[in-house]
Design a protein around this ligand. Structure first.
Ligand SMILES: [Zn+2]
Length: 144
């Protein structure tokens, strides 16, 4: 019996941003990768000034997970500033919140898109245990 195929999750390709110290050719610099979810963590906590609790709700992840993502992001930015790395922002585990993302119910497995009115309750079973379906092409390729 063939393995059941996963839902195909289609998201827009993330924008790629690169920050580079001036005056040094990129090829002579090491590169550090900040993922889009790490970028979002910094944006919410350090730019918008949200508490970690508020920011974790925004990102639909647990507070400990948010804390881990934020710490990782801050560490990378600090390293980039102190050691003069090229900083590239792309990829990572996230869905876009422009209406193209998908939520999955951890209890019944139902999926719903971000256009549903109530993004915190499963429309099939009423569960509150929802998570973003995250798309991580590189990771999946290495997993499979
Ligand atoms: Zn459900």
């Amino acid at each position: 019996m063939p393995r059941r195929k996963r839902h195909r999750i289609v998201t827009r390709e993330p924008p790629v941003s690169v920050y580079k110290p001036a005056g040094i050719p990129a090829k002579e610099l090491d590169e550090i990768l900040v993922t889009i979810d790490e970028f979002e963590a910094i944006r919410l906590a350090d730019f918008e000034g949200l508490s970690q609790r508020e920011a974790s709700v925004e990102m639909h992840i647990s507070q400990p997970t948010f804390n881990r993502v934020l710490s990782s992001a801050r560490g990378k930015v600090a390293k980039m500033l102190v050691q003069g790395f090229v900083l590239r922002i792309e990829g990572g585990r996230y869905v876009l919140t422009d209406g193209s993302g998908t939520l999955e119910c951890l209890d019944c497995g139902a999926t719903m898109d971000m256009s549903s009115e109530d993004k915190s309750t499963c429309k099939q079973c009423g569960s509150k245990r929802l998570r973003w379906l995250r798309w991580d092409k590189k990771k999946r390729e290495s997993d499979e």
